[in-house]
Every structure is written in structure tokens, then in C-alpha cells.
Unconditional design. Structure first.
Length: 462
């Protein structure tokens, strides 16, 4: 996409050819979707151009998104700097959000370019309620939003304690009927306190907003990719969702071949053994200043305490080694377990399960179609752990919690949800610990926070 836009840039005619290039991509994507749906095996032109191209779960109004983005950032007015990868990523993200607001078959018509002023206005301002934007308590847009944790809700290795806008927008999603789940690789079995510590500010915010029981029931966290499912109770604490028996999430998802309900514990251990050996070899071969960790459903390579970072190259090499070794194991028919080998930015992990399975399980358990779910994450390279979700639901690729915040603002604005600056100021005050907070609870969570190793979940003594 970037190279196709470069020609226009060189010729100084992006103003005319930019929108046309995006229309061309819409045509290619439509053709790709049609051929995939027909299942005739004929590769689309897009597939031939980009062999790794995935599934498009919705149409993408790219031309419209380009116009809206260009209206704000004036890409076509630039004389020296080409449109960048990140800008194209933003335009794709915007197109995906617009597509979920105006799904195919909807009687509503998305604003056209001629009405672009309206769209830009909606995106920029704290809009008034758009007539008919909320239907039966459910906002128009995704029915569920799943969030990656690290680098999506909070910066890598830290926790949710200081992002009032994001907390407010997540609350507004819940309030308007959208289910919300944090789907994170970080897994601490069912040690509730450890997940609570990582989401401390968010849970405090929910408490201060006095969420109703129904709103609380729409909030989940899936730890260890898809291993440990917890939900928010009306006491504003997380609680494990029953796995087995009536209403158990595993029982209810047994029909999904890759559901944890169908995993064999011997296979789990064999896969972890192989991954552990591959990581140890990688540490030795590359002289990495790090250590390996083994948990019940994952193995990790993390930096030694107090040492410098492990380089991206060394982490990627470790991940690709694991992927190759474990695919061999799966290919050899000895195992058919879903797994995820990924570079987490400062560490590398092999988890049993992945975010694709998490989305499938949540969709089935909550009775939502996967294409109505939006997954937001930061790791969409083939060595990242959000990549797997692409196969089953629309995704948004962000690079920081600030970008996540902007995406939620866009979803809410497009849906016509009214919120006021006052809400944000109030949120800031709450998260700064000044207002209507349970200080004892805050202190308790803070003290756990200072003692916990985010990799292992171990509480340090002394
Ligand atoms: P995510 O971005 O929310 O999916 O979280 C990924 C990060 O969680 C990794 O980079 C690790 O730092 C951390 N983490 C903690 N425990 C685990 C685990 O058991 N498996 C994978 N990642 C873990
Ligand atoms: Mg992440």
C-alpha cells in the first residue's frame, strides 16, 4: 500500500490519486473476501500481491477513512514527507471502526465523502447523541471489545493505574451494553489478587462509578491467553468463572476443537518441555543475559533482574526457534494443541493456547458472533501474540495506550455516545486518588503491586 502511494507522492498528485489508491484497495479486498467466501481455491489478486494476507471479517471503507484522516492531518499537503506505515495503520484502524458502526446490510448509510465534514466533526468533538444511535441499550458498533493488556491498556510491565480517559471510555462501553474483556498473555492461574493488582486503577474507577450488576457482569479478564477466565462481581472484585459443570465456560465450549476443555495434560507438558529446551538452547547459543521460567501453561525467557534489556533480535530468534520446533511437534501428529510463541517486547514466551481461542471461547460462551468482536492489541507481527486473533475477528493495531484511548473515543463518537469533559475531569480526579476512593483498598492493591514480579506473579518477601 505504501509503495503504491509513493508514486503519487513523487508526482505530487496525492490529492487526486490518494483516494483512488484507497478505492483500489477496497476493490481488491472485496474481491478477496468474495473468493474466500466462495471457497473456490482461486487466489485473489491481493493474495498474489501479499501472500500472508489474512481474512477480512468486514468490508473496509478505506477511501472514507483516508478522507477523514487527511482532513485532520493534511497528508496530501506535504511536500517532503511521504505517507508512513503508521499513518496507513491509523487509516486502516479508522476504516475498521467505521465498518463496525455501519455493518453490511444495515439500513443506515455511512456518511459519504461529501458529508465528510460531519464525520470529521463527529470524530473531533464531544458530539451530541446522534438520533437512533443506541438500540435496546446497545451502542451501534462492536458488541464486544477485547483488549490486550501490556502496551494496550498500560505500558509494558506496568499496570492500569493512571489513565483516566481510558478508564472512562471503558466504563462507557460497559454502560452502553458492550461486553469488555482483557485478553492477556499474563497468566497467574486463578490468583485473583494478581490480576486485580494489574488492573487496580480500572477496578477502582468502576467502583467509584458504582456500576450496576449487569454492567459488572459484562467485564471479563482472560489470563494466560485463554487459560483462566475471571469476571467482575458487583463487589468490584474479580472472580473465577466456573470451568466445569452447569454454566462452566469449559463445559460450554467443548464443541470448539481447540478449547482448553479438550486439551490433554500430557500433551501440554510435552509441548512445554520442548519449548523449555528450545529456550534454554537459545539462551546458551546467543549468550543471552536472561533466565527461563516455567509455569503451568507457559514457559518464558525474561531478563535477569537488574540487567539490561534482551535485544529484539535475540528475542525474535528465540521465538522463531520455538515456533519451528513446536510446529514440527504438531506436524508430526504428536500434538494438536494451539500455542503461541511470541516476543513480548522485553521477554519471549511460549503459551499453551492463544488469543484466537480466547475470542472463540468468549464469543461462544456469551453468544456473540466473532465478527461483532473487536480485538485491540499491539503485537500483530508474526512474532506477536495478538496476531492469532486476526483469524477470527476484526482487529485494531495500536502501539500505545494513548492510541487505544483514541480508538475508543472514535467508537463512542461514531456511535453517538454523549460524554462530557466533566466526566474526564472527574475520572482524572478519581484516579489521582482524590475523590470517592476506598483508600484502604487502594493501599492494599498498591502494596501488592510493589511486591509482585509481573513475570512469575511471585510476591517478594521483605
Ligand atoms: P499481553 O500483552 O497483555 O498479552 O501480555 C504479555 C506480557 O505478559 C508478556 O510480555 C510478559 O511480560 C507478561 N507475562 C506474564 N506472565 C506471562 C505468561 O505466563 N505468559 C506470557 N506472558 C506473560
Ligand atoms: Mg501486548
Amino acid at each position: 500500500m505504501k509503495s503504491m502511494l509513493s508514486h503519487s507522492f513523487v508526482l505530487d498528485c496525492l490529492e487526486e490519486t490518494g483516494p483512488d489508491t484507497f478505492t483500489h484497495f477496497e476493490v481488491l479486498i472485496d474481491e478477496h473476501r468474495r473468493l474466500e467466501q466462495e471457497g473456490c481455491g482461486q487466489p485473489s489478486r491481493l493474495k498474489q500481491l501479499v501472500p500472508t494476507v489474512g481474512t477480512f471479517h468486514t468490508r473496509l471503507p478505506l477511501r472514507q477513512a483516508f478522507h477523514a484522516y487527511n482532513e485532520k492531518h493534511r497528508l496530501t499537503k506535504r511536500k517532503h514527507i511521504q505517507i508512513s506505515f503508521n499513518e496507513i495503520r491509523h487509516i486502516l484502524n479508522l476504516a475498521q471502526v467505521i465498518a463496525m458502526r455501519y455493518p453490511e446490510g444495515s439500513t443506515e448509510r455511512p456518511p459519504t465523502f461529501n458529508e465528510k465534514e460531519k464525520l470529521v466533526e463527529d470524530l473531533e468533538n464531544d458530539v451530541d447523541i446522534i438520533e437512533g444511535a443506541i438500540q435496546e441499550g446497545q451502542l451501534k458498533g462492536p458488541r464486544m471489545v477485547t483488549f490486550d493488556g501490556d502496551q494496550t491498556l498500560y505500558t509494558d510491565g506496568s499496570n492500569f493505574d493512571s489513565n483516566p480517559k481510558l478508564a472512562n471510555y471503558m466504563y462507557l462501553l460497559l454502560h452502553h451494553g458492550v461486553s469488555v474483556a482483557v485478553v492477556t498473555a499474563a497468566g497467574y492461574e486463578y490468583n485473583v489478587e494478581k490480576y486485580e493488582f494489574r488492573l487496580s486503577g480500572l477496578l477502582e474507577y468502576f467502583k467509584s462509578k458504582n456500576l450496576t450488576k449487569e454492567e459488572c457482569e459484562r467485564f471479563f479478564i482472560f489470563g494466560g491467553e485463554c487459560n483462566y477466565l475471571l469476571h467482575l462481581g458487583h463487589d468490584f472484585h474479580l472472580h473465577p468463572v466456573n470451568e466445569k459443570g452447569r454454566g462452566g465456560w469449559m463445559t460450554a465450549t467443548k464443541h470448539i476443537p481447540h478449547s482448553p476443555a479438550n486439551w490433554n495434560e500430557d500433551e501440554v507438558n510435552a509441548l512445554l518441555d520442548a519449548a523449555y529446551t528450545a529456550l534454554e538452547e537459545s539462551v546458551n547459543d546467543q549468550n543471552i543475559n536472561g533466565r527461563t521460567i516455567r509455569k503451568k501453561r507457559s514457559v518464558g525467557l525474561v531478563p535477569n533482574a537488574g540487567t539490561s534489556r534482551i535485544s529484539r533480535e535475540a528475542l525474535d530468534e528465540s521465538v522463531l526457534r520455538c515456533q519451528a520446533k513446536l510446529s514440527q511437534l504438531n506436524g508430526g501428529g504428536r500434538s494438536n494443541l494451539p500455542f503461541c510463541a511470541f516476543n513480548g517486547g522485553s521477554d519471549a514466551w511460549v503459551d499453551i493456547g492463544n488469543k484466537r481461542v480466547a475470542v472463540e471461547v468468549l464469543a461462544s460462551y456469551l453468544g456473540i458472533d466473532p465478527y461483532e468482536i473487536l480485538h485491540i492489541g499491539d503485537q500483530f507481527l508474526n512474532t506477536g501474540n495478538d496476531y492469532a486473533a486476526r483469524a477470527v475477528c476484526p482487529c485494531i493495531w495500536i502501539t500505545s495506550p494513548e492510541e487505544t484511548t483514541y480508538i475508543l473515543k472514535t467508537i463512542l463518537n461514531l456511535a453517538g455516545i454523549q460524554y462530557h469533559l466533566d466526566n474526564e475531569l472527574e475520572a482524572t480526579a478519581i484516579l489521582a486518588g482524590r475523590k470517592s476512593l476506598d483508600f484502604e483498598e487502594m493501599d492494599r492493591r498498591k502494596s501488592v503491586m510493589q511486591q509482585m514480579d509481573v513475570y512469575t506473579g511471585e510476591i517478594k518477601k521483605g
